[in-house]
Design a protein around this ligand. Sequence first.
Ligand code: SF4
Length: 203
Amino acid sequence: MSIKRKVKAVERLFEHLDREISAFQTNSGLHCVAGCGKCCTKPDIEASPLEFLPYAFQLFLNGKAEQTLEELRQAGPVCYIYQPLSLTDNQSGSCGSYQYRGLICRLFGYAATRNKLGQLQMATCKVIKEGQQINYSKAVENVSNGLKLPVFSNYYTRLAQIDYHLGNKMAPINQALKLSLEEVINYYAYRPYPRGIKRKSLF
Ligand code: SF4
């Protein structure tokens, strides 16, 4: 499958997920706190390269793939895309590329994992659990009574069906971003560029 078709397939999966999340948010009343970027500052977020393929592809189309790859080589453990509001506050900030954020970013807060008994358990952050206690408790109860919400393993299985190798490999988020960019750059190294995009001269 071409990179372009993989990107489209990932985007279709994200559109489906976004609709599921939106329905769950309406039913549960749960929502992220405006301006909160706490979960993005965790240094141990893991993601697959495939979920960032749309991100890498749009950087490639905008001629920024090589430069971003270089910057990622110097990046620390916190997500490269994250934009803090200030250098002293590690709670307030936002995603610098919200439209192209990964699967993990979309799922966390509004999805469930399965425990050993196969029961669904909501995975959300402390800010939501503590700040929206009533809605959170109701949502937990409703989920145990059958309220539908996205399930991590279902979405990662569907992602891996698009490309097993890129969708099944989990890595620290900045490593996943690097792998994704390398995938796009290597793909076009010996292929014609997408229409309208000029190959940079090496000389
Ligand atoms: S891609 Fe965006 S939403 Fe995901 S961890 Fe990075 S900053 Fe946060």
